[in-house]
Write a new protein. Structure first.
Length: 298
């Protein structure tokens, strides 16, 4: 496993060297792709990926976080074309996945916003068509397309995610795993069972992983779950790490959403401790990077 976080980025090849000491300090060897990847040339992407591998860094995910369910069909097509460009460049870079959300029909065009349509059979069919348009004709050797689960759409519980992946039926399509995003009332106090259900159904389809812990804020009127420091919430993190470790030595595992480096440092330290308790470890910087055949094994 390779630990990283979503805020440490090198926007250019030169910045990889500058960032290496920080990664080494915290026992990290994974990065996310540059935010500006869409503007890279193919040669720049290839050179960046080669430099990262030479340092023992795995680029695990590129993100495209715009709303693909927009009702503006011209805008939707533009976003699909841009996403396909990012995916091609991610593949050239050796980045293991490019990830999106399902999106929303909410008029705000903000992809995480809830809307009744997001849970319908029609939405599943429409988004299946979008996924197949994204993947049509792409020949990716190193990378896959993953969707991140989220509770404001149908791509949320493991059974529904598996059914959708099967319905798409494309070898380059899978799930960008985040178990915390899949917690429901039924699983909040039994995340171990949720983890077992999820990996029994989805293990071969996981392209990258986020790891976080969740607490229930009881003094808020209505349901409110907050992301908390690793170990302060409900997630059975040792079990999660045990299952993640089965995904291969270069599977990337990312922390996210903390305010500053100090908070990330606390969580990195706690995750290394969790891994040791689980009998596992995160690979240090400089560990040679294997090829990406594992992600195409499914």
């Amino acid at each position: 496993m390779r630990l990283g976080c979503t805020v440490y980025r090198a926007e250019s090849e030169a910045e990889l060297d500058e960032l290496a000491d920080k990664l080494d300090c915290y026992g990290l060897s994974a990065l996310v792709a540059p935010k500006t990847l869409e503007t890279f040339s193919e040669d720049q992407a290839a050179s960046y990926g080669e430099k990262a591998r030479s340092l023992g860094i795995v680029i695990g995910e590129a993100g495209f976080w715009e709303n693909l369910l927009t009702g503006d069909l011209e805008l939707r097509q533009s976003r699909i074309e841009r996403l396909r460009r990012v995916m091609r460049l991610a593949d050239i870079m050796g980045c293991r996945s490019t990830n999106t959300m399902v999106g929303t029909k909410h008029p705000s065009d903000r992809p995480l916003f809830p809307h009744a349509y997001n849970f319908t059979r029609e939405c599943r069919g429409e988004f299946r068509d979008i996924v197949l348009r994204v993947l049509d004709g792409l020949e990716l050797k190193n990378s896959k397309y993953g969707i991140e689960p989220w509770y404001t759409n149908f791509f949320y519980q493991p059974e529904d995610i598996k059914a959708f992946i099967d319905d798409v039926g494309h070898p380059l399509f899978g799930v960008h795993m985040d178990q915390a995003n899949m917690i429901s009332h039924a699983s909040f106090y039994n995340t171990r069972d949720m983890i077992h259900r999820t990996f029994a159904l989805l293990e071969e389809h996981v392209v990258s992983v986020h790891i976080k812990d969740i607490g229930w804020q009881g003094d808020h009127f209505g349901l409110r779950w907050n992301e908390v420091f690793i170990g302060d919430g409900t997630m059975d993190l040792e079990e999660y790490v045990r299952f993640i470790s089965r995904l291969g030595p270069d599977i990337t595992v990312y922390c996210e959403h903390f305010a500053d480096e100090g908070e990330y440092a606390i969580n990195f330290a706690r995750l290394h401790q969790v891994a040791r308790k689980a009998g596992k470890s995160f690979l240090p910087l400089g560990t040679p990077v294997s090829d990406n055949r594992r992600i195409h094994a499914g």
